[in-house]
Write a protein that binds this ligand. Structure first.
Ligand code: GUN
Length: 288
């Protein structure tokens, strides 16, 4: 079998176009322009690339982008003061603080300062609690984008066996909640799971979010399974350059799976598209 390639790049482009249409309608009919504030502390190169691309796509969708770049040595009080200012700014509907933060900053305390209504990452404990109890909330962007691709591919997910590998707050845990909400039978596996290949081989839906390059091998996958690879890992190549790979050994997995997301061009583009969707949702709720 050769797996169908799930084109996240095309799906995300379609989603951004729909969002752009809604943004234009909001502006014309209500005079409201959704605004997204992104805060970057320090100079982590990968974070800089993400933040630049978030800013560009926000503007392309017709929204306002506010970027705050703070030095790596920024203290907690300065960051908290900025977040409080953004919380009370009516032009800002969504706030995203790029993670990871430098060591002197307390991530949990920083996230707790973001108004839950403006928490477009869905990381605030009150949004986590709402998601975990099946109530309307801001849903973290990468799991939300992954679920959209799964539903587009498979339709009804009821009763399917889903295995999520990786227990992060950003992806693994919220992904479990979303799949439960779709009536899947869900297993959350991780780096300490015993006989991980036996667990992943049960999966009709396999979501890989461990951050280890090409860890999941072809023979860990059930024939015909749908594989969502959330990993984005840069590995060196023999010519001294580097390339991006996922958490799944793509060539081997594509020979076994029914459908698979590539890296790049799979889940990655969905994350920013869902961030724009969450910003639009936040703006509509704040102007209701
Ligand atoms: N760093 C890596 N992924 C994310 C994300 O989805 N949101 C934020 N704020 N930081 C990240």
């Amino acid at each position: 079998m050769t797996a169908k390639v799930i084109d996240g790049k095309a799906f995300a482009a379609g989603l951004r176009e729909k969002i752009g249409g809604e943004v234009a309608r909001l502006r014309e009919e209500h005079g409201v322009v959704p605004g997204l504030a992104v805060v970057l502390v320090g100079e982590d190169p990968a974070s800089q690339v993400y933040v630049r691309s978030k800013g560009r796509q926000t503007v392309e969708a017709g929204m306002e982008s506010f970027e705050y770049r703070l030095p790596a040595e920024t203290d907690q009080e300065t960051l908290v003061t900025l977040i409080r200012d953004l919380n009370s700014d009516p032009k800002v509907h969504g706030i995203l603080v790029q993670l990871p933060l430098p060591d002197q900053l307390d991530e949990a305390l920083v996230i707790a300062e973001i108004s839950p209504d403006k928490d477009v990452d869905g990381f605030h404990v009150s949004n986590v609690g709402l998601l975990n109890t099946g109530q309307a909330s801001m849903v973290p962007c990468t799991p939300l984008g992954s679920l959209m691709l799964l539903k587009d591919q498979l339709g009804d997910l009821s009763g399917l066996e889903a295995v999520v590998v990786g227990r992060s707050n950003i992806v693994g845990k919220p992904m479990v909640q979303l799949l439960l909400g779709e009536n899947c039978t869900v297993t959350l596996a991780h780096s300490r799971t015993k006989d991980l290949p036996a667990v992943t081989r049960r999966a009709d839906i396999l979501v890989a979010a461990v951050g280890r390059p090409e860890m999941i091998k072809g023979d860990w996958i059930k024939p015909g399974a749908t594989v969502i690879d959330v990993g984005i890992n840069r590995i060196p190549t023999t010519d001294g350059k580097s390339r991006l790979v996922g958490d799944v050994d793509y060539a081997a997995a594509a020979a076994v799976a029914g459908a698979i997301t590539p890296v790049p061009g799979g889940v990655g583009p969905m994350t920013i598209a869902c961030l724009l969707a969450n910003t639009l949702t936040a703006c509509c709720r704040q102007n209701d």
